[in-house]
Design a protein around this ligand. Structure first.
Ligand code: BGC
Length: 229
């Protein structure tokens, strides 16, 4: 049997894991625990350890909700400040005893969703607003559209993140989403624009071509792509 990958998605509301086979097919169900209320590195890592304890795997892929470079988390808008310049890859590899690779969560979701053809933009709608850009399958890492100005002096994340959805309600959130699509599509002129993340379930209106929704599971399935080298 080939190498088994524990794929981990660290989110603002849940931490999810699944084991993938060498071809990237799921070997287990998705397992999930709530993100701790104070999501510090030690609190999040102990949840990952708990989730990993019942699984068999040879290596680990992690999608993290912030900028990640060489296994080090550089930003974490929706977690705690201790994540800034935290060596997540090295620390988890040590705790779990397996080689570990870490990437931005939207980048990982994109890797599990794209067709690998042309310019593909992926937007994730969850606690935060994630984004990932690909050209013929090649990732431009750490695109942080979420913190870019969008409208009314607010960023995409302030207008379309989970807090905004709760505050503004589904109707206004949907209107904003349509505006965001109408802003982003002519900016990137992408061949496909994917919408992923847990809050895609609240999308109430028809999506214009070439916008597609992707199942949330793509966030974990993308984990296999971190080992294609
Ligand atoms: C972070 C991104 C992340 C997104 C979704 C944003 O706040 O800056 O890196 O991809 O949330 O989790």
């Amino acid at each position: 049997m080939g190498k088994q990958t524990l794929s981990v998605d660290i989110g603002g509301s849940g931490i999810k894991v699944m084991v993938l086979d060498e071809a990237g097919m799921p070997l287990t169900e998705r397992d999930r625990k709530d993100t701790p209320s104070i999501p510090s590195p030690s609190a999040v890592i102990s949840i990952v350890k708990e989730l990993a304890a019942t699984k068999e795997f040879d290596r680990v892929s992690v999608g993290f909700p912030g900028v990640v470079r060489n296994g080090i988390t550089e930003t974490a808008a929706n977690l705690t400040p201790e994540w800034i310049n935290f060596a997540l890859g090295a620390v988890l590899a040590d705790y779990l005893g397996k080689p570990t690779r870490v990437i931005n969560d939207a980048d990982m979701q994109g890797l599990g969703a794209i067709a690998g053809v042309g310019v593909e933009l992926v937007v994730t709608l969850g606690t935060g607003f994630g984004s990932a850009l690909f050209i013929n399958g090649l990732l431009v890492p750490n695109l942080e559209l979420g913190h870019h100005p969008f409208r009314k002096g607010e960023t995409y994340e302030q207008q379309l993140g989970r807090a905004a959805l709760e505050r503004a309600g589904k109707k206004r959130w949907n209107e904003r989403l349509q505006r965001a699509i109408a802003t982003l599509h002519p900016l990137f002129n992408c061949d496909t624009l994917y919408l992923g993340g847990g809050n895609t379930k609240f999308i109430a209106s028809e999506l214009p071509s070439p916008v597609k929704t992707v199942p949330n599971i793509a966030g974990l399935l993308g984990g296999i792509a971190l080992w294609k080298d």
